[in-house]
Design a protein around this ligand. Structure first.
Ligand code: BGP
Length: 462
């Protein structure tokens, strides 16, 4: 079978500022919540690696972009670090950051690689977090100001902008199931943060449109498709609730211009509605994106609740469903998540049928493996499992496109092994291996394979 993709298909990789840049003394960067948390809650991070010690893209961007060119990438996503550009989030611009991001963007263009630039990848400046972060309505305007500054500085050369990566996560992981600073557990506060993120997105889109720049603006969503254990009414209802809370709660305001009525009704009934103004609904209704990125890693399998919730808790969506551990499921044991490539087809069909077949691309997909050095042979990681993972996911994507999905590209997470939120360098995802001690990069077998896919605009499989 031959899997051929359209001309001009975006073949690329994704990373983010905090996960790849690192810090050097005197770079003028302000702290963000990851700088703070990885020092003050250091035990939460695998082997205590902090956000200072990431993959040194700040110093090595030129050689790294050469590496991207070497494997043929035609597009490259990263983010701007808000606290590098504006150290206190809302004040003066750091001139060294302007030099750095200009140089990165110019170097990408010089190598014929299209920059895809995201504005917020979980990285609230600490000075603004001290004022409540996105829980504080004033921070919405600080974000819109930051977005406008980015467009003014770089918008002449960046054609693809994204406001947020996975906008639900800062709310869910920061305020409900605590994995991100400030490690709060309070549904109503999480809902407040999410609502303010939605508004911040809308204002950042409006700022870009006002400037009349050339290009497209969008957002990057984390989609975890939900599958019920069975077709019983109870399991179907459990799946509907998981989807409502964890996917439709963010997809519908952004893509359809309104929150799902069923969600609003449940939150009202349980006294969990965030504060909002009437004008917020108008702003949400009037905002549309041009391009959607979808990050896909895993499915969510659920069943009707059979056991009581484990711990004392306030309101949590899990009261309406329970995780279903499907017998025989295929696991990535390093990350503790199921591998289910067929979901990529299902996601594409949802975009087509429920969201007006919006132009979209896979903005992240990947497999993180622990102790990957065990697969090193003659200096190269033989990551055949990653090649198999890619083939299967690209196969389903290809099928979806044959069935009319308007998918424009595929970005793998990630380019060079990078730091992760909690797991630091435990699980490696890159096409390039990073030796953390020496900062040396070496191409993995999957990177070689991917470069052939790009060169042929596809691949053949028995
Ligand atoms: C996505 C994030 C990325 C990246 C990736 C891998 O959800 O957008 O920033 O980290 O997941 O996940 P993890 O690093 O947690 O293994």
């Amino acid at each position: 079978m031959e899997y051929r993709f359209p001309d001009n298909f975006w073949w690329g990789t994704a990373t983010s500022a905090t996960q790849s840049e690192g810090r050097i003394p005197g770079d003028g960067k302000g702290d963000n919540i990851w700088d703070y948390a990885s020092h003050h809650f250091n035990e939460r991070f695998f082997q205590g690696v902090t956000a200072d010690d990431t993959s040194t893209f700040y110093q090595h961007y030129r050689e790294d972009i050469q590496r991207a060119k070497d494997i043929g990438l035609n597009s490259f996503r990263t983010s701007i670090s808000w606290s590098r550009l504006i150290p206190d989030g809302d004040g003066e611009v750091n001139p060294q950051a302007v030099v750095f991001y200009n140089a990165v963007i110019d170097e990408l263009h010089a190598q014929g690689i299209e920059p895809f630039i995201n504005l917020y990848h979980f990285d609230m400046p600490m000075a603004l977090q001290e004022k409540g972060g996105f829980e504080n309505r004033e921070v919405i305007d600080a974000f819109a100001r930051y977005a406008r500054i980015c467009y003014q500085l770089f918008g002449d050369r960046v054609r693809y902008w994204f406001t947020f990566n996975e906008p639900l996560i800062p709310a869910e992981a920061g305020y409900l199931h605590p994995r991100h600073y400030p490690y709060v557990t309070d549904f109503r506060r999480a809902a407040q943060v999410l609502h303010h993120i939605v508004l911040a997105h809308c204002k950042a889109v409006a700022a870009w449109r006002e400037l009349g720049l050339t290009g497209q603006i969008g957002i990057i969503m984390d989609v975890i498709p939900v599958y019920p254990r069975s077709d019983s009414a109870e399991d179907l209802q459990a799946a509907a609730m998981a989807d409502l809370f964890y996917t439709r709660s963010i997809n519908e305001p952004i893509l359809l211009g309104r929150y799902p009525e069923a969600l609003v009704a449940i939150l009202r009934e349980h006294d969990q509605l965030p504060e909002y103004l009437a004008e917020d609904c108008t702003l949400i209704a009037n905002t549309r994106i041009d391009l959607l990125g979808i990050n896909y890693y895993r499915p969510r399998r659920v069943k009707a609740r059979e056991t009581p919730l484990a711990e004392p808790h306030g309101f949590v969506p899990e009261r309406f469903f329970e995780e279903y551990i499907m017998p025989g499921r295929r696991m990535n044991t390093s990350r503790g998540i199921e591998i289910y490539p067929a979901a990529l087809y299902d996601i594409a069909m949802v975009v087509k049928e429920r969201y007006g077949n919006l132009p979209w691309f896979v903005s992240e997909n990947g497999i993180g493996i622990q102790d990957e050095e065990q697969f090193m042979v003659n200096g190269q990681i033989q990551d055949d499992y990653r090649i198999a993972f890619l083939k299967e996911h690209l196969g389903y994507l290809h099928q979806a496109m044959a069935d009319g999905s308007n998918c424009l590209g595929y970005h793998m997470w990630t380019f060079i092994d990078c730091w992760s939120w909690q797991n630091a360098y435990k699980n490696r995802y890159g096409f390039y291996r990073l030796d953390l001690a020496t900062q040396q990069r070496s191409l993995k077998k999957s990177g070689q394979w991917f470069s052939m896919v790009i060169a042929n605009n596809g691949f053949q499989e028995e």
